[in-house]
Design a protein around this ligand. Structure first.
Ligand SMILES: NC(=O)CC(=O)C(=O)O
Length: 279
C-alpha cells in the first residue's frame, strides 16, 4: 500500500458569517485558496458558512443542491484539484429545509451529502433555547466518503453528541469523522472539546470539528475553537475565536497503532450490548 495514501493534509477553516451571503461565500473561497497554497488536500468549512444560524434565516438563505453556493464549491474543487467538505448550508428540497453538508471531489463532482440527523432542540431556561425543528427536517442517512485510504464519516454539530452515530461509522470502517459545527456560548465552554475528543477516543479515529468564528453581534454567537483530535483523544490543534485557517497532517499509522495497543473493538461485549443500523 502506498505510504502517501495513508496520510492526508487537511485545511480547517473557521470563518465568521454576516447577513451577506455572497460575502460569506467569498470569504470561504479565499480561505480555500490559501489552504491549497499551504498544501491542503482536503479543506473543511464550518456549519452554515453562507448563512446566519437562525430559524429566521434558514428559509431565506436556503438553496437546492446543486445550487448557487455549491456550484461555486464544485468549480473551485475542480480548479484547485482539492477535496472540499463544504461545511453546511441551508438546503431546500421540495417543501422541506435541511442543514446539509456537501463533499466535492477533484473533478468538481458531488461525492456525497449529509443532512443533519439530530436537530438542535435544547432548552436551558433563561440561558439558551434553540429549536431547529421549528424550521428544519432531519436527515436519516449516514454518509461515508473515501479520500485516499481515509474513510470519512460525516456529522453536523449536534450530531457529535450522539456516540451511537459515531459508533456506526466506526463499525463501517471509518478512521476519520468530520463535523462542521457551531456550538454556542453556553455549551461551548462545557462540552465542545469534550465531545469531539470523546468521539475520537471512543472510536480510535481522528475527529475534525470546524466552527464558525465568534461574532458578538450576530444572531447566534459561535464559540469558535475549531480543532482536530487524534485517535488517542489528544488535541492536535485548536483555533482561537476569530477567522483562522490551520493545517493538520493525519496519518493512518496512528489509527492502527492505537487500535492495536488498546484493542477495545475486539473486546466489546456485543453479546450484551450493540449499536445496530436499522436501514
Ligand atoms: N448548534 C448545535 O447544533 C449544537 C450545539 O450547539 C450543542 O450541542 O451544544
Amino acid at each position: 500500500m502506498s505510504e502517501s495514501m495513508r496520510k492526508l493534509r487537511v485545511g480547517c477553516i473557521q470563518i465568521t458569517v454576516s447577513a451577506n451571503k455572497a460575502e460569506n461565500v467569498a470569504r470561504a473561497v479565499e480561505k480555500i485558496r490559501e489552504a491549497k497554497k499551504r498544501g491542503a488536500e482536503l479543506v473543511v468549512l464550518p456549519e452554515c458558512f453562507n448563512s446566519f444560524i437562525s430559524n429566521d434565516y434558514y428559509g431565506k438563505y436556503a438553496e437546492p443542491i446543486p445550487g448557487e453556493t455549491t456550484n461555486i464549491l464544485s468549480k473551485l474543487a475542480k480548479e484547485l484539484e482539492i477535496f472540499i467538505i463544504g461545511g453546511t448550508i441551508p438546503e431546500n428540497d421540495g417543501d422541506k429545509l435541511f442543514n446539509t453538508a456537501t463533499v466535492w471531489g477533484k473533478s468538481g463532482e458531488l461525492m456525497g451529502k449529509f443532512r443533519k440527523m439530530h436537530l438542535f432542540d435544547i432548552d436551558i431556561p433563561n440561558e439558551m433555547t434553540f429549536r431547529e425543528s421549528d424550521s428544519l427536517s432531519p436527515g436519516n442517512e449516514l454518509t461515508i466518503i473515501n479520500i485516499k485510504d481515509f474513510k470519512i464519516g460525516l456529522g453536523i454539530c449536534y450530531d457529535v453528541r450522539f456516540e451511537e452515530l459515531a459508533k456506526l461509522y466506526r463499525k463501517q470502517g471509518c478512521n476519520l469523522l468530520v463535523y462542521p459545527s457551531a456550538f454556542g456560548m453556553k455549551t461551548g465552554p462545557l462540552h465542545w472539546e469534550l465531545v469531539g475528543r470523546s468521539r475520537a477516543n471512543d472510536n480510535q479515529l481522528y475527529t475534525v470539528l470546524t466552527s464558525q468564528g465568534r461574532d458578538l453581534n450576530g444572531p447566534y454567537v459561535a464559540y469558535g475553537h475549531s480543532y482536530v483530535a487524534d485517535p488517542w483523544g489528544k488535541m492536535l490543534f485548536m483555533a482561537g475565536t476569530d477567522d483562522e485557517l490551520f493545517i493538520v497532517d493525519l496519518d493512518l499509522d496512528v489509527v492502527d497503532k492505537v487500535r492495536s495497543n488498546i484493542p477495545i473493538f475486539i473486546q466489546r461485549r456485543a453479546d450484551i450490548y450493540d449499536t445496530v443500523q436499522k436501514n
